[in-house]
Design a protein. Structure first.
Length: 280
């Protein structure tokens, strides 16, 4: 599928890091073993500057009474965001871990401003999505440098291999998400902090336990999540009727899920899991 590219998209695609590459066999095995891989280069400094300016534009569209962390499906609302999710260098990395036929279905910001008390509790993404089999891979793009001091994402290495963990509901007002893995199931010895430079991505398996603490620094921490699945993954539409897919690579011979239209607009979501028809 050939996607016409906007002027903004062309500028981003011309701002790739010179170190962009395909994953080595060692890195593929690392992802399979650990459930994540980090520090994959995508954008050069001029591309990062464009991303930061674009984030200011995107976040400025969100109504003041809406938390940008609690809305998603930006790729349905913004043509520029859609094109970002379909950046060939990002798709190359994704293809190397899930195979040649896959679709993109999600796009969201996770932002922590300086001295922000919000937290993301330990959780598995797969607990939120009625997708089978559980094979979503998330690309997390750092718009700003992220490390332990400004609340970088942390993961439990290898936890994706141990099935579904027990989650409980935590309604604390500072939590971005409410489902939380029981504390006694967290393997403290395998906690890894995903420090990254702006313009790099990490990839993680939907079954990997991960979370992040509050940002106690004076630096902004912002990432974009982009979700991808092999085409054999099927959504239970009775649970998630607004689910739509966008073929990113290869072919979809299964046709399990509805395919969404590629937007021509530059809008923003105002609630979670909106259908593409709501942006027309």
């Amino acid at each position: 599928m050939t996607i016409p590219v906007s002027n903004v998209g062309r500028k981003l695609k011309s701002s790739l890091d010179s170190r962009v590459r395909r994953l080595s066999n060692r890195e593929k095995k690392q992802f399979s073993r650990n459930g994540y891989i980090k520090n994959l280069p995508v954008f050069a400094p001029d591309g990062v500057a464009r991303l930061q300016k674009m984030f200011d534009d995107w976040s400025g569209r969100v109504p003041e009474d809406i938390d940008i962390n609690r809305v998603n499906m930006w790729h349905k609302a913004s043509r520029t965001f859609f094109e970002l999710c379909h950046t060939p260098a990002i798709l190359d990395y994704v293809e190397d871990v899930i195979g040649p036929n896959f679709y993109q279905w999600g796009g969201q910001f996770f932002v922590k401003y300086p001295n922000d008390g919000s937290e993301v509790p330990w959780h598995q993404d797969s607990q939120y999505w009625p997708l089978s089999p559980e094979r979503t891979v998330t690309a997390w793009l750092a718009i700003y440098d992220t490390d332990a001091t400004n609340a970088a994402m942390q993961v439990i290495r290898g936890s994706h291999k141990k099935g579904a963990y027990t989650h409980h509901i935590n309604d604390a007002p500072n939590l971005v998400l409410q489902k939380e893995v029981d504390a006694n199931e967290i393997d403290q010895e395998n906690i890894v902090t995903l420090d990254m430079k702006a313009g790099e991505i990490s990839l993680h398996d939907s079954r990997l336990i991960h979370g992040s603490g509050p940002n106690a620094s004076d630096r902004r921490r912002c990432g974009i999540t982009m979700r991808y699945c092999p085409t054999e993954v099927k959504c239970d539409l009775s649970v998630w009727p607004t689910f739509e897919t966008y073929l990113a690579r290869g072919v979809d011979k299964h046709r399990h899920n509805p395919m969404g239209p590629i937007t021509k607009h530059e809008k923003c979501p105002t609630k979670s899991s909106m259908h593409s028809s709501e942006f027309n």
